[in-house]
Design a binder for this molecule. Structure first.
Ligand SMILES: *Cc1c(COP(=O)(O)O)cnc(C)c1O
Ligand code: SF4
Length: 413
């Protein structure tokens, strides 16, 4: 393991630096505090102060120590330090672009997909990311989540047997008091129809000190507990972050990563590929690459969709399949995540499908002569699923999947 040193900008002991509570207690929340540590101009101070009036700032000393103020487009600074651009209004911005509140049968729970739900367990974050989609909620004292509300969410999950996957979100679930987090996870794991519990956390990126032995030992009992983290740039995968990731992987937590495509941070095929390689080297499977949402105050981070397609074009075939995330647009208005890839299907006829590969070669795949539309006699998965669906324990084929089914006579949705 590489040595992890306390930053020379902070006057503290190694023990303090390694203590996540010290990190949180010493988070930078004003431009004045930033100026004490870094060489920033009075004009920058003024702009930071103006912007943080609207969207508060909070940066852990650990994450702040990675900022390079001499670099104009430091990816760490762009994600952590408020910019004047956040105050600009854009025509299409929304407070809740994903309609998380509209798809919410009980407060703090979003039921968008039939078999899985998003459960907000806290609105605290270890850092306020400047590109956060939930800017309206994070760190806002008024939209606090309390145990009472979480319990109502758990009741809803109990009452809906088709829910097999629960995603804990926030805020950052790994900032919750461990007694509460354990209680929530163990209650969920006790529900017979809940097959998967997972959580999304930025702690490994901005507060790796939180991934300590106590946390790991208390949570590993609930295996499998999937953890999706949020690295956006290779520079974030520091020796200290790697130590936290190793601890999680060694203790059996399956790890995924969700990257947000951000202008000037990672909107380049080569920068993105470096990040993906760094992730898989550390046993993290890239999961999603998100197109930036239409939230208020993040217009300056948005890129065109073509940027994302070019990035995926540069990954598929050019690197290991498991180093390629799925690129998605989270549909404004609450349509869910929509996958986008470059086109590989060139054309097809009844007997042949023409495809192109990553190198641009055109190939043909000849379809089988046997018609495949009859299911084997002995298979009864359909009938069983229909019975379960009638009792609310499973979901029936829906959407375009339903249109493709031999069973349906409908011709549109
Ligand atoms: C992203 C998301 C999920 C989980 O979707 P997966 O594609 O299974 O990762 C569930 N509910 C909501 C509201 C989401 O935004
Ligand atoms: S950790 Fe996630 S929820 Fe919290 S501020 Fe960052 S992006 Fe938003």
């Amino acid at each position: 393991m590489e040595d992890v040193d306390v930053s020379d900008l902070w006057d503290c002991s190694q023990e303090e630096w390694d203590d996540w509570r010290w990190q949180l207690a010493n988070s930078i929340t004003t431009a004045g505090e930033l100026k004490e540590k870094f060489n920033i101009s009075d004009q920058q101070v003024k702009q930071i102060e103006e912007a943080r009036e609207i969207f508060p700032m909070s940066i852990t000393p650990y994450y702040a120590s990675l900022i390079d103020f001499d670099q104009e487009l430091c990816p760490i600074r762009l994600q952590a330090v408020p910019q004047k651009a956040e105050l600009e209004q854009s025509k299409y911005e929304m407070d809740d672009p994903l309609h998380e509140e509209e798809d919410s049968p009980v407060s703090g729970l979003t039921h968008r997909y039939p078999d899985r739900v998003l459960l907000m367990v806290t609105n605290k974050c270890s850092m306020f990311c400047r590109h956060c989609t939930r800017k309206r909620k994070v760190g806002d004292g008024e939209s606090r989540v309390d145990l009472e509300q979480i319990k109502k969410g758990i009741e809803y999950i109990k009452d809906n047997p088709q829910i097999r996957d629960v995603l804990l979100s926030g805020g950052d679930p790994l900032l919750l008091d461990l007694d509460i987090l354990e209680e929530v996870i163990s209650e969920l794991k006790d529900i017979p129809h809940v097959e998967i519990v997972r959580l999304g956390s930025r702690v490994p990126v901005v507060l790796p000190q939180r991934i300590n032995d106590e946390l790991v030992n208390r949570l590993k009992k609930y295996s499998p507990l999937w953890i999706n983290t949020h690295f956006n740039h290779k520079k974030e995968v520091t020796p200290r972050a790697k130590e936290a990731l190793n601890k999680l992987a060694d203790n059996g937590f399956p790890l995924g990563n969700q990257t947000v495509l951000l202008r000037n941070v990672n909107d380049c095929p080569l920068v993105m590929k470096e990040l993906m390689h760094e992730l898989v080297k550390n046993r993290i499977r890239p999961y999603y690459l998100y197109q930036c949402d239409l939230s208020r105050g993040i217009e300056h981070f948005r890129t065109s969709v073509s940027t994302g397609i070019e990035i995926i074009e540069s990954l598929i075939g050019h690197t290991s399949g498991f180093a390629v995330p799925r690129y998605v647009v989270d549909a404004p208005g609450g349509g869910g995540k929509i996958p986008i890839t470059p086109n590989y299907l060139v054309s097809n006829s009844r007997r042949k499908t023409v495809l192109r590969n990553y190198e641009g070669d055109i190939v043909v795949y000849t379809e089988p002569e046997i018609k495949e539309d009859n299911c084997p006699e002995e298979c009864n998965v359909c009938t069983e699923n229909k019975e379960k669906a009638a009792n609310g324990e499973a979901v029936e084929p829906s959407g375009v999947q339903k249109l493709l089914s031999e069973d349906t006579k409908e011709f549109s949705l």
